[in-house]
Design a protein around this ligand. Structure first.
Ligand code: GH3
Ligand code: MG
Ligand code: MG
Ligand code: MG
Length: 311
């Protein structure tokens, strides 16, 4: 990015108004937005309200000194990422070390050389900006790594890892859980009749519908193609079967509106799904046994005529 001071708000804290004035003038002159506080308590309140990008903090102040303010900022989940630069007349090395121990990013002694202060402010703002951008990128990548791109639900790998966690929980804490596998019936026909794009629309709508029926702790993922799985924590066999049956019915009664670009018309497609349900059993020695049982149950639902739940 090209550095633009106008994009940054700096909170300046000093108990002496004259000092505030000098700092504020200097910062505003190069384009920064500036806000003030004249004591520690006010500084914490301003920081919370204004969410500054950086804090220039006086060390020696009555009632609450800068070190305490810094300590409180770093202990606050919402404020701890704001870089703090101390500005002080103190030349005591202990103060300097304590400032860094409390989480300061820099320490400037008075009288300061204004261009140096501006240079340090800029460096720390740029670092903070880069750090924030990296965090955003990391969050996006993390999301991408666990998401199925077409439907937006979990991908296979992530769903398997959730199942593994549930399985460990079942072993260690005797917590039951169930797995539901589901597969769209005769989906190939939809692709063959209406084309892949319509097929994709059907996959997306079906996914949304199923999602809306699940509880908060349930996890829904795409296994590949038109095959999906759901992990139901703390669901015994009876509960899991009930949920699966509810899903089957919801999908069977759903009309999926799709636009067909071939005929320039709007269609409503009906689909059904088959579901295989299995619940953790204390005899299970491996999670794989559950996946195999769920798969077999799904196969049974298919061979018994589809649009049904088997276990
Ligand atoms: P069954 O009832 O036995 O499950 O029959 P089916 O036709 O649903 O199953 P089959 O496994 O024969 O075909 C699955 C089809 O799903 C074939 C494939 O082209 C289609 N498919 C897989 N992934 C996608 C996708 O991402 N988008 C679309 N549109 N189709 C997909
Ligand atoms: Mg002071
Ligand atoms: Mg299918
Ligand atoms: Mg399939």
């Amino acid at each position: 990015m090209s550095f633009n001071p106008h994009n940054f708000l700096i909170l300046v804290v000093d108990d002496i108004t004259r000092n505030l004035q000098v700092l504020a003038d200097m910062l505003e002159q190069v384009g920064y937005e500036v806000t003030f506080a004249t004591n520690g308590q006010q500084a914490l309140e301003r920081a919370k309200l204004a969410e500054p990008d950086l804090i220039l903090l006086d060390l020696m102040m009555p009632i609450m000194n800068g070190l305490e303010v810094c300590h409180k900022l770093k202990a606050d989940e919402k404020l701890c990422e704001i870089p703090v630069i101390f500005i002080t007349a103190s030349e005591e090395r202990e103060h300097l070390l304590e400032a860094f121990n409390q989480g300061a990013v820099d320490y400037i002694t008075k009288p300061f050389y204004p261009p140096e202060l501006l240079a340090r402010v800029r460096v720390h703002l740029e670092l903070k900006y880069t750090k924030d951008e990296l965090k955003k990128t990391a969050a996006t990548l993390e999301k991408l790594a666990i998401t199925d791109p077409l439907t937006g639900i979990f991908n296979r790998r992530y769903l398997m890892s959730i199942a593994e966690k549930e399985y460990q929980g079942a072993i260690n804490y005797k917590r039951l859980f169930s797995i539901v596998m589901l597969d769209i019936d005769h989906f190939k026909k939809i692709n063959d009749t209406y084309g892949h794009i319509v097929g994709d629309q059907v996959l997306k709508t079906m996914t949304k519908e199923v999602h809306s029926f699940l509880r908060k702790g349930d996890s829904f993922g795409r296994f590949g193609g038109e095959e999906f799985a759901i992990i139901l924590p703390e669901a015994d066999r009876k509960t899991a079967l009930k949920i699966a049956e509810r899903l089957r019915e919801a999908i069977a009664t759903l009309s999926i509106p799709v636009s067909n670009s071939n005929s320039h018309s709007n269609l409503e497609i009906k689909i059904t799904i088959s579901l295989g349900v299995t619940t953790y059993s204390f005899d299970d020695e491996k999670l794989d046994e559950m996946w195999i049982r769920a798969d077999n149950a799904l196969y049974k639902a298919k061979s018994k005529g589809r649009n049904q739940v088997c276990s």
